[in-house]
Ligand binder design. Sequence first.
Ligand code: ADP
Ligand code: NI
Length: 215
Amino acid sequence: MNLNLIKAYTKRILQMDVSGHDFYHCQRVAVSAQKLWQQDFSTATYNDEINAASYLHDTMDEKIVADPQKALSQIRNLLTTAGFNASQQKDIISTITQMSFSKNIAQQQKLPLFGQYVQDADRLDALGAIGIARAFAYGGSHQQPIYDPHLQPEKLSNHFQYRHHQTTTINHFYEKLLHLQNLMNTKAGKKLAQQRSQYMQQFLTEFQQEWDGQK
Ligand code: ADP
Ligand code: NI
C-alpha cells in the first residue's frame, strides 16, 4: 500500500487551511486511531485502512473543498493507485463521507469498526491542550469572539448545528466539546476523552477566574 501517495494528496488539499484542519491534525488522528485499535485488539490489522481514512477524512469536507463529489472521485482514483481493493475502498469512503457530513445528518449509519476508531481519534483531537489550541485557531479564523459574558451557550439538541449560530469560542466548549466524551465509540477512546475533558474544565475554570478578576 502506498501511503506516501495519500499523504502527499492530503498535504496538497489541506495546505492552505488555518482553521485546524491541517496535515498534522490528520497525522495525529492516524497515530492515535492506531494506538486505540492496538489497545483494544493487540494487533495492527486494518492499519492501512486506518491510515488512509485518517489522512483523507478532512479532504472532502464542504468547508475545505468547493465540490465534495469531485473530491470523492479523485479520492477513489487515489485509493486505486495506492493499492486498495474494492472492499477496502468501500469502507474507507464510507468512513470519510460519514465523518465529513456528520454535521448535516441526524441519523448516522454505523461506521465500519476501524472507522469508529478514526472517528474517536478525530474527536480526541478536539479535546485536551490541542483541542483548546484548535478551538481558538478556528475562532480567530472565523472572526469569532473569545468570550462574551452576555452571550450564553445555547443548549443544542443536535450537537452539529453549532456552526449556524452566533457563538464564542468559550461557548463552543459548552455547546460541543464537553459533550464529545459521551459520543465516543470505543472504550479506550472514552477514557482518554474523559481525561482530556477534565483538563479543559480546569482551563475553563481558570479562564473564568482570571476574567472575573479573582486571580
Ligand atoms: P472535524 O472536521 O475535525 O470533525 P470541525 O470542523 O467541527 O471538526 O472542527 C474542527 C476544529 O475546529 C475542532 O477542533 C473544533 O473544536 C473547532 N471548531 C469548530 N467549530 C468551532 C467554533 N464555532 N468555535 C471554536 N472552535 C470550533
Ligand atoms: Ni478532523
